[in-house]
Design a protein around this ligand. Structure first.
Ligand SMILES: [Zn+2]
Length: 231
């Protein structure tokens, strides 16, 4: 195998390492990321709070209805007890009972409206709860998957770095040094040559450049400075 062929293989490994490192960073940053889950949780908490408040209003409204109904019962007992004989007093009490019954109707309607709102809020809470549960399950599943992926990437990286180490030891040290020097300035450091053209900078190579590159020894592109590789 020619030196440039070896360098090209080294470059392939480096590209693989770079891509795996990038995936590793990306997946690591997603670990523990739970913004969407937190949003769903606070949404659920706020729906629950609304429901609690409505239930409190319902109890208060029902208590007011009960209170009014017992006042009416007491007034009607007095009205039909036969103890009140004064017509003026009777008429006034009758009027009072009428007023209280109207008030009681109003309070009952208000309580029913609140009950409707409680029922709607119960549905919202049930929906928000099942949505949150679904998101949480999905999140747990993703986190497990991420953790598995990260482990796999780490082990692949270890293998690749070992492979790189092995290969770079097999290549002439001067060639590796040139490769590393170019790589610090531009990536990828090795350019394929196809139909007499450097595939990276797309410059046509001179006949002498081509001839030297064909030898398999590292020759740099006169235009972009990369090591030329004729496959
Ligand atoms: Zn070039």
């Amino acid at each position: 195998m020619t030196v440039t062929n070896q360098l090209y293989q080294l470059q392939e490994i480096d590209l693989e390492i770079e891509s795996e490192v990038q995936s590793l960073h990306q997946k690591s940053s997603q670990m523990g990321e739970r913004q969407a889950l937190d949003n769903a949780q606070s949404q659920l908490a706020s729906e629950q709070q609304q429901l609690d408040e409505l239930r409190r209003q319902q109890r208060a409204a029902e208590w007011e209805v009960d209170d009014m109904l017992s006042k009416i019962t007491a007034a009607e007992e007095r009205l039909y007890s036969g103890k009140i004989t004064n017509p003026k007093e009777l008429s006034s009490l009758q009027h009072e009972v009428g007023t209280m019954k109207a008030k009681s109707n109003y309070l009952e309607n208000r309580a029913l409206e609140i009950i409707d709102r409680v029922e709607a809020a119960e549905k919202s809470v049930a929906t928000a709860t099942s949505e949150f549960k679904k998101l949480e399950d999905e999140w747990q599943r993703q986190q497990h998957q991420l953790s598995d992926d990260i482990e796999q990437l780490k082990s692949q990286l270890t293998d690749l770095k070992q492979k790189r180490q092995q290969l770079s030891e097999e290549i002439e040290s001067q060639a590796v040094a040139l490769y590393e020097k170019i790589r610090q300035q531009k990536k990828p450091p090795v350019a394929k040559v196809e139909q007499g053209i450097c595939r990276v900078c797309r410059i046509s190579l001179s006949a002498s450049e081509l001839q030297r590159a064909r030898s398999g020894q590292p020759v740099q592109c006169g235009s972009c400075g990369r090591i030329l590789f004729l496959s």
